[in-house]
Write a protein that binds this ligand. Structure first.
Ligand SMILES: C[S@@+](CC[C@H](N)C(=O)[O-])C[C@H]1O[C@@H](n2cnc3c(N)ncnc32)[C@H](O)[C@@H]1O
Length: 285
């Protein structure tokens, strides 16, 4: 007679998953069990049902094939917001929250005497709307615009904007092509991976157009920096996420284009991740 296996608990299932990242496994458990992380941590002895184990086994198989968990659950948390995510958009990364932080620091206070929404911000290549919606969540007084070259991305961003009750103006545009106004802050997390980068093989589930750029990954950063001054108010800021090894090149592009106060912030892994510059007064309107 076959020996009966002891029932799997939350703790024993987690121990069995080998190389998969613990935070992802916890999110998978929360979805499969429809519970909070606090519940997982306080009930490690809870036994998993057959249905839960079947769901989790399917997901872990997909995770080992580099399918992001967000595509499996249809959801990703970013800046404390729950975003609907599917294969049409890049899965927003925790590092991108640094870009949001920096953008919020650069956004001036709204002038007290003027009408509502006197400040404008633009998110270029908005994807799921993550960055624009995070800024909208923090600054209801800012008029937030977002564009993408992909109508499919804009459809996802629209769903997220409505579900969260955070209005943003969405536009189909190849970077600044169909943008005809100036902003106080422009942010972008453009494609910046070199087509020969070996990490790309682990990112195949996500849209290539969201990831890869020509010229060693710098082409889109370069195109945005070149054209941004025509779309910034005086003293306006341009903030860009970039690859871990692109900080120096991005600062150089910003400086050569006439930006001042050029700087960079590192991510939690210690890599240069977000660079910015301010448009000098004489360059704008
Ligand atoms: C790295 S993803 C960033 C998505 C989102 N902002 C985020 O941080 O999760 C880059 C985004 O830029 C968009 N994109 C690529 N080329 C573009 C272009 N020429 N003009 C506008 N958007 C573009 C892609 O469709 C994609 O949504």
């Amino acid at each position: 007679m076959a020996e009966q296996q002891p029932p799997l608990t939350i703790a024993s299932w987690l121990r069995q998953q080998g190389s998969l990242a613990r935070p992802e496994l916890e999110v998978a458990l929360c979805h499969a069990l429809d519970c909070s992380r606090a519940h997982l941590l306080s009930h490690p002895e809870q036994q998993l049902t057959c249905a839960e184990l079947k769901q989790l086994s399917h997901w872990t198989h997909q995770l080992r094939n580099h399918i992001p968990l967000a595509y499996l659950t249809g959801e990703q948390e970013f800046w404390g917001l729950s975003l609907s995510i599917d294969v049409r958009v890049l899965v927003p990364r925790p590092d991108t929250e640094i870009l949001v932080e920096c953008a919020l620091e650069c956004l001036p206070d709204a002038p007290a005497s003027t009408q509502a929404r006197a400040l404008q911000a633009l998110d270029l290549g908005t994807g799921s709307g993550a960055i624009a919606l995070a800024i909208a969540q923090e600054r209801r007084d800012v008029d937030i615009h977002a564009c993408d070259i992909s109508a499919e991305c804009l459809a996802v961003a629209e769903v997220n904007s409505r579900a969260l009750g955070l209005p943003i103006s969405l536009r189909l545009s190849d970077w600044f092509e169909r943008i005809d106004q100036r902003f106080h802050v422009i942010v972008a997390n453009p494609p910046y991976i070199d087509s020969a980068d070996p990490h790309l093989s682990q990112l195949q589930a996500e849209p290539r157009a969201a990831l890869v750029a020509q010229n060693h990954g710098l082409a889109d950063l370069q195109a945005i920096i070149e054209r941004a001054p025509a779309h910034l108010h005086r003293d306006g800021w341009l903030l860009l996420e970039h690859g871990y090894d692109q900080g120096m090149a991005t600062r150089e592009l910003l400086t050569n284009r006439g930006f001042e106060q050029v700087g960079t912030r590192r991510d939690l892994g210690g890599n240069e991740r977000v660079s910015w510059g301010q448009l000098p007064v004489h360059e704008a309107d």
